[in-house]
Write a protein that binds this ligand. Structure first.
Ligand code: SF4
Ligand code: SF4
Length: 272
C-alpha cells in the first residue's frame, strides 16, 4: 500500500464507516482480476490458520508451500504474503480465475470491496473506491457479504488483540531497532516469525493459542531489549542473556518446540 492509497483507505474508513448490519451496493463479475498483481495482500496468522484448517494441512505446511516472508519496514515484524505466480503475478491460490480456497480465503479478499480498519478496541468496515464490479450492483448486508466466521465476536477479539501485539512490539523495539546489529535484527525476525506464525494447532481454537504464544514472545523481547538498554556496550552478553533471560527463553522454546534449528540459530545470534 503506497502513501496515497493509505491516505484514501483512512479517509474512507473515517467518512464511510459501516456496521455489520449496514448495507452497501456491489456485484462481483467474477473476472478474477483482483487476484493479479496484489502486492498489498498480507496473510495474518489467523488467515494461515483458517486456510490450513480448510485444506486439512498444518500451519507450517501452508507457510512453506504457499507463502513468502519479508521484514516489514514499518511494523519491524515479519510480513507474510502469498506467492505470486508468473506471468501475471497471480495469487498462488487462484486457478482458472477462481479462488481455490474460497471459504477460507484471506480476510482482505473476503472483505473486498470493503476494507476493515482495526484499533485496539474495535474494528470498522468501510466501502473502498474500487474500479471493478458489475454495472447493476445489488444492496447487500456487510454481515452476509463477509460470512459468519469473519463476522463473529471471536474474529473481532483476534483482530483487536493482534493490533495490540503489533503496537506493543513496536513500542518495545522502535527506539533501539536502528542501533541493533544486523545479526540481532535477523535473529529477532526469525524468533518473531516462528513465534507469531508457526505454532498453531488447527484442532484447537485460535485465539487461546494466539494469546499464549504472543505474550511469551513479547515478554522475551521486552526483557531482551531491556537488557540491551542496561548494557554499557549496547549489546547483550552471553552471561547476561543466560542469567536474566533464560526462564523467558525456555518458556518460548517450550512453546515453539525442541530441536528447532531456526530457533537455535536465532538464540545463538542473540548471544553474540
Ligand atoms: S471483486 Fe472485482 S476484480 Fe475481483 S473478481 Fe469481482 S469484479 Fe473482478
Ligand atoms: S486468496 Fe483467493 S481471492 Fe484472495 S487473491 Fe488469492 S486467489 Fe484471489
Amino acid at each position: 500500500m503506497n502513501a496515497n492509497h493509505c491516505e484514501e483507505y483512512l479517509k474512507n474508513m473515517l467518512e464511510r464507516p459501516l456496521d455489520l448490519d449496514d448495507t452497501f451496493k456491489f456485484k462481483c463479475k467474477a473476472c478474477g482480476k483482483c487476484c493479479n498483481q496484489r502486492r498489498d495482500l498480507v496473510l495474518f496468522p489467523h488467515d494461515i490458520y483458517r486456510i490450513a484448517k480448510h485444506l486439512g494441512r498444518t500451519v507450517p505446511e501452508i507457510l512453506m508451500r504457499y507463502t513468502s516472508v519479508f521484514n516489514g519496514e514499518t511494523s519491524l515484524l515479519p510480513v507474510v504474503v502469498p506467492i505470486l505466480v508468473p506471468p501475471n503475478n497471480t495469487c498462488v491460490f487462484q486457478r482458472n480465475k477462481k479462488c481455490t480456497i474460497h471459504q477460507a480465503k484471506l480476510a482482505t479478499c473476503a472483505y473486498f470491496p470493503l476494507g476493515r480498519g482495526w484499533s485496539e478496541t474495535e474494528s470498522k468496515f468501510f466501502l473502498q473506491d474500487v474500479p471493478c464490479g458489475a454495472s447493476d450492483p445489488k444492496a447487500i448486508k456487510v454481515r452476509d457479504w463477509i460470512g459468519e466466521d469473519l463476522s463473529s465476536d471471536e474474529t473481532v477479539e483476534i483482530g483487536v488483540y493482534q493490533t495490540s501485539v503489533i503496537s506493543r512490539y513496536y513500542e518495545i523495539i522502535n527506539d533501539v531497532y536502528d542501533s541493533l546489529y544486523t545479526g540481532t535484527k535477523e535473529a529477532i525476525f526469525k524468533l518473531a516469525y516462528l513465534s507469531l506464525y508457526f505454532k498453531y494447532d488447527t484442532e484447537r481454537p485460535f485465539h487461546a493459542q494466539q494469546k499464549i504464544i504472543c505474550e511469551a514472545f513479547l515478554d522475551f523481547i521486552s526483557a531482551y531489549i531491556g537488557t540491551i538498554k542496561k548494557s554499557p556496550t549496547g549489546n547483550c552478553s552471553t552471561t547476561e542473556l543466560l542469567a536474566e533471560l533464560k526462564p523467558l527463553l525456555m518458556r518460548l522454546h517450550a512453546l515453539i518446540g525442541s530441536n528447532n534449528r531456526i530457533f537455535d540459530d536465532a538464540v545463538m545470534a542473540l548471544n553474540n
